[in-house]
Design a protein around this ligand. Structure first.
Ligand code: FAD
Length: 386
């Protein structure tokens, strides 16, 4: 089977790699880990200026859709701050797919400059996996809507210009049928943001909406049609826009560490047979993750929504990532628990970082259990879990 992406996609990949060689400096990487904000507006706008961002919007323009996959695949493998950008471009794709001319002018155009950021306001304190059960209310008041409620885990809210907000507009119908999506400017009165630190260093937020008044022009999709808008957004969230190759940078850090660390038996740790076996297994898992991601990307590129395939890629990649970092942490011993900046930290703190980051990746963007249900029901045809 021929897995090559074709000349156009490969030349795009070369362009992205050249960009990363120039712009992904140690300072950019360090800044993301010291602030916990996995977004860098200067880096994003440099991407836009280099002409690399328009292809990052799902379904936008006449760009080769495979560019979307190539861009995020390269950013993730290089360890760049791509998470904020991925969410922003995902929202751009949703706006492109279901937005009005107003949304295109007010939101999509600015997003394409890389200077603006969006965040996702779906999850609530009591509703994450079962997101259709959310309770944040939007009530019509003349020409406006008034929003009251609380969202949890609104990552990037503190930097974002807009939140794509899932609200309940009708509590008297089955839960999926009473939802409406809005694009909400984050500077409206009544919005409060509180930081939430995670074990993965990544900052997220609790967001509060207290009588937030908003014109109807900010509604995205039909009234009570929010679930359809969610469908478009979720299909791209898993698989195609990063999140499925996290062990690629990890393996690079392990290689560099093991080459420069003595083994108790003499010689570098890189010669240790157990370490080599584990590195080999991780490299194989990375390759499988890459192929699963490619399948999701191919479906997106040929006009489909890769909801199921993205679930499979995310599920496999994040579980293998967790397994791999557990192996390396075990081999590094206590020094594998030391963080960035500590003098004896194994792999300069990367093993510790990945050890804390890998559990979180099996939660956000749909938990492992939810993805397993998705695969069991939609791919294997097993009965519904509930
Ligand atoms: C760091 C981080 C960043 C995030 N960023 C965002 C963001 O920007 N925007 C946003 O909207 N959300 C965000 N989330 C929220 C994330 O999507 C949810 O945490 C996730 O969907 C799980 O929801 P929950 O936390 O409410 O857990 P719950 O849904 O309460 O799940 C608890 C446990 O029960 C399991 N479970 C639940 N339902 C089932 C079922 N039907 N079958 C089997 N097992 C089940 C889950 O797998 C999990 O293990 C983020 C989360 C984290 C940790």
């Amino acid at each position: 089977m021929d897995f090559s992406l074709g000349e156009r996609a490969e030349s795009f990949r070369t362009e992205v790699r050249a960009f990363l060689g120039e712009h992904l400096t140690p300072t950019v990487i360090q800044q993301m880990h010291t602030t916990g904000t996995f977004n860098n507006k200067d880096f994003n706008s440099a991407l836009a200026e280099a002409g690399l961002l328009a292809g990052a919007v799902p379904g936008y323009g006449n760009r080769d859709p495979i560019e979307l996959y190539v861009l995020f695949n390269e950013l993730e493998k290089a360890g760049a701050p791509y998470e904020g950008l991925a969410v922003t471009m995902l929202v751009a794709g949703v706006v492109h797919a279901v937005g009005t001319e107003f949304h295109h002018n007010e939101v999509l155009k600015p997003l394409l400059t890389g200077r603006y950021t969006c965040c996702l306001g779906y999850s609530e304190p009591d509703h994450g996996s079962d997101v259709a059960a959310i309770t944040t209310r939007a009530i019509r008041d003349g020409k406006d809507w008034v929003i009251d409620g609380q969202k949890m885990w609104t990552t990037m809210a503190h930097e974002a210009d807009w939140v794509i907000l899932l609200t309940r507009t009708n509590p008297d119908v089955p839960k999926h049928k009473g939802l409406t999506m809005f694009l909400v400017p984050m500077d409206l009165p009544g919005i409060e943001i509180q930081p939430v630190a995670t074990m993965a260093t990544e900052r997220t937020n609790a967001t509060f909406y207290d009588g937030v008044r908003l014109g109807d022009q900010w509604r995205l999709g039909e009234v009570d049609g929010g679930w359809n808008v969610m469908g478009v957004a979720l299909a791209f969230e898993r698989g195609v826009m990063g999140g499925t190759n996290p062990a690629v940078p990890l393996l690079r850090h392990i290689r560099d560490w093991a080459a420069n660390t003595p083994s108790p038996e003499g010689g570098p740790l890189l010669d240790d047979p157990l370490l080599r076996e584990r590195m080999g297994r991780t490299a194989i898992a990375n390759q499988v993750s890459q192929l699963l991601t490619l399948r999701a990307a191919w479906i997106a590129a040929t006009g489909g929504l890769p909801g199921l395939e993205g679930s499979m890629a995310k599920l496999y990649a994040t579980e293998r990532y967790q397994q791999a970092v557990g192996w390396f942490q075990q081999m590094a011993g206590a020094e594998g628990l030391l963080s960035f900046g500590a003098s004896h930290a194994a792999a300069n703190g990367w093993i510790d970082y990945d050890g804390r980051h890998s559990p979180v990746m099996t939660i956000y963007g749909g938990t492992t259990e939810i993805n397993r249900n998705n695969v069991a029901e939609r791919h294997l045809g097993l009965p519904r879990a509930r």
